[in-house]
Design a protein around this ligand. Sequence first.
Ligand SMILES: Cc1cc2nc3c(=O)[nH]c(=O)nc-3n(C[C@H](O)[C@H](O)[C@H](O)COP(=O)(O)OP(=O)(O)OC[C@H]3O[C@@H](n4cnc5c(N)ncnc54)[C@H](O)[C@@H]3O)c2cc1C
Length: 564
Amino acid sequence: MMPPEADGHGPGPAAVPQPRPTTRRRWMGGAAALLGGAVGLPGCRPADGDARQALKDTLARLQGGWVGAAHARGHRLRDAGPPAWPAGEPPRRAQVLVLGAGIAGLACARRLQAAGVDTALLELEDQPGGNSRGHALHAAGRALPCPLGAHYLPLPGPQAREVQELLAELGLVREFAGRPVYDERHLCHSPQERLFHQGRWHEGLLPPSEDAGVLAQYRRFGAEVERARRELGFAMPAHRAPWTPGHARLDAQTFAQWLDERGLDAPPLRWYLDYCCRDDFGAPAAQVSAWAGLHYFGSRHGFMQAEEREAVLTWPEGNAWLVQRLAAPLAGRLHTGRSVLALREQRHEVEVLALDERSGRPERWSAAQVVLALPLFIAARIVQQPPEALRQAAAQARYAPWRVANLLLDAPPLERLGLGPAWDNVVYGSASLGVVNAAHQALDPRPGPQVWTAYQALPVAQRQALQTQDWGSAAAEILAEQMPLYPDLLQRVQRIDLMRWGHAMSIPLPGVRGSAALAELRERGQGRLHVAHADLAGYSVFEEAYTSGCEVAQRLLRAAGRRA
Ligand SMILES: Cc1cc2nc3c(=O)[nH]c(=O)nc-3n(C[C@H](O)[C@H](O)[C@H](O)COP(=O)(O)OP(=O)(O)OC[C@H]3O[C@@H](n4cnc5c(N)ncnc54)[C@H](O)[C@@H]3O)c2cc1C
């Protein structure tokens, strides 16, 4: 078993997933198509031969590859038939077996272990953390940590009790005069966000406008959010707000339909709302439900026209900072590199079949209770004869694919006009989600190498293309978008490591959030099986995943007559 990340600074060199070597011939074909004009360079005229040549030369010298996910392990479940259960050796036993060491699985196992329950945790990847895993790039003899997926946590509100407790336990917050005071080193440093709009950088992400019609729509949308908050109510985690016929009506239409009905059609407003939906839900306003669109604002910060954004906690390695601390007490109970292949419920126990990826040997486990801390579509595939609620919930789930790129720069690049570098840097009108600077939280003011993380949520129809995309064409797309913003970017960039998330997060399509199947899985176990995962909320954020894991642990402890 590989131990969880051990030092206080994210994954150390030994823990860093190594990129697969990229043969230039393999990817140059795809890059050549891109450079030949299949995709235009935003901001560069297609005829700008110099820019194309510079990009081509950069790609020829750049290092990097696809990192971070053992797709072959995941696809074994899809491609191989039902596995044979090996006879022979007696199964390994645990009172509770947690399958999947993402945030939900870690939260659940940690609570159970703290209460003295004999718990084991099986994880397919070689690192715990799931969508919140980290990575590192190396420069000047140093490891520069960066995220592979989740990179921030908004300050929890009153309903996210378990998250508040965790942050207090980790020393991130203390109470002073009855109010929470957060450790400033972990709050996102200023400036938090900036938007490149009409040739310069502006603070915040809401497009600046002097058009009276646009400003009126900003105000009107803000008023609609406040009204929905007052009359219906939203919470984070979502299930801690009541579910009323008013919520169900919002869940029955898309956010875009809801906005159209109210004449909220100003392009800057619609681009911004689309951006928010793609950023949190992986899909635009035309796909997510109106419940999701309003929940985004109503459950957290409201719609702040003045762009006084909410504070967030963040770290160079993103939420992997939290993962490392969640996993640390589980050492010895956390078995990474274990792909769960099948599960069958018996009268007095649950049997689980896993594959030890290092030895290639099957491993049988037996437990009184099993927690499926897995995406629903995987959980439904593993369980032989899945309970009806799990089958239905998995059938309705649709997952957004995401691509995440970590760019190593040898020094900060030259800047365009306007506000200076921010943590999150977004281009107005772009289909990608912008670039987060992992060095923004550094307390060392000297300029040096830094890592940028570029995020993109892709349409579901592009999952297959993402799976087979070559590194060169993906790297070219990312550089082509950033080149017009940073004049010497191509000189600065040294390496690009790419991560593909085939099923990054469940999209809150109309009908998903209000589905009876999800509510049933959230509220009760199915025999000896319990589901804990962000998917149970119909969308994916840390607060949902963490609370889901804690609630299942709580339910198991109550059933066993123990205190958490
Ligand atoms: C690119 C990206 C960016 C994001 N950014 C943010 C952000 O900034 N803030 C935020 O709050 N949220 C963000 N999220 C959402 C993120 O999904 C949640 O924060 C959280 O990490 C979800 O945790 P989970 O435990 O519910 O699920 P998962 O992360 O899906 O965990 C499931 C675990 O099960 C494992 N597993 C799967 N199959 C098997 C198997 N057969 N056997 C054993 N183990 C298996 C997986 O490897 C994984 O570790 C982001 C997600 C992505 C993809």
